[in-house]
Design a protein around this ligand. Structure first.
Ligand code: SF4
Length: 209
């Protein structure tokens, strides 16, 4: 299947089905994308959206976040999983970044507490840098479709970079996430409604479910 067509189809299915991709079509500053992505770890998108809205209604800059007390941050982000740990992490990040140029390389981003490859790549893609953020949806769907045969997200990232033209990298994560939230679900994917089932290795082999 043509890869531009694949991303177009995934995006249109996600939109049609009101996928709750929380960073989609939201205008945020790079530091806010970083903080929102840290908050999103192991948390449902709806819960992350609530916490992000509450936090950014009170905090307008990384400097303001650095000045906040941990318990104040906790009270604003209580809807996300591990909110106590995350409150400490995002305060630490804010303290490190205040007054500094925002990091623009994967190496600089990975040095921040609580920032892994997925978060760093989401931020880089948002900054317009060539990056593919691989989360659980991207890893699962890329393997089901047969685009890759990998065990770890880092391997998936490397393989997808070889397959997808660079012009599609910044759309890939949100297209896959929205598609994974609404159609290619972790359990019981809605294959009979899926417009790309004829190109799907898993559907055609019936090995996966
Ligand atoms: S056919 Fe099923 S497993 Fe394959 S991409 Fe579509 S929903 Fe996912």
């Amino acid at each position: 299947m043509d890869l531009f067509e694949l991303i177009d189809l995934m995006e249109s299915e996600a939109k049609k089905r009101n996928a709750p991709i929380f960073l989609h079509n939201v205008k945020l500053e790079p530091w806010q994308i970083l903080i929102a992505t840290v908050l999103s770890a192991r948390t449902r998108d709806e819960q992350t959206s609530k916490a992000v809205a509450k936090l950014f209604s009170k905090v307008n800059s990384i400097e303001e976040l650095a000045e906040m007390k941990v318990d104040e941050i906790e009270s604003l982000i209580r809807s996300v999983g591990f909110y106590r740990v995350k409150a400490r992490r995002i305060k630490e990040i804010a303290e490190i970044l205040r007054g500094r140029k925002f990091p623009e390389t994967i190496e600089e981003l990975l040095e921040l507490p609580g920032v892994g490859r997925k978060t760093a790549n989401i931020v880089l893609a948002y900054l317009g840098k060539p990056a593919i953020a691989v989360d659980t949806h991207v890893h699962r769907i890329a393997n089901r479709l047969g685009l890759v045969e990998t065990r770890k997200p880092e391997e998936t990232e490397e393989e997808l970079k070889k397959i997808f033209p660079i012009e599609l990298w910044d759309r890939l994560n949100s297209a896959f996430v929205g598609f994974g939230q609404t159609l290619c679900l972790p359990r019981n994917p809605k294959c009979e409604e899926c417009p790309i089932r004829n190109s799907c290795k898993s559907y055609n082999s019936r090995k996966d479910f």
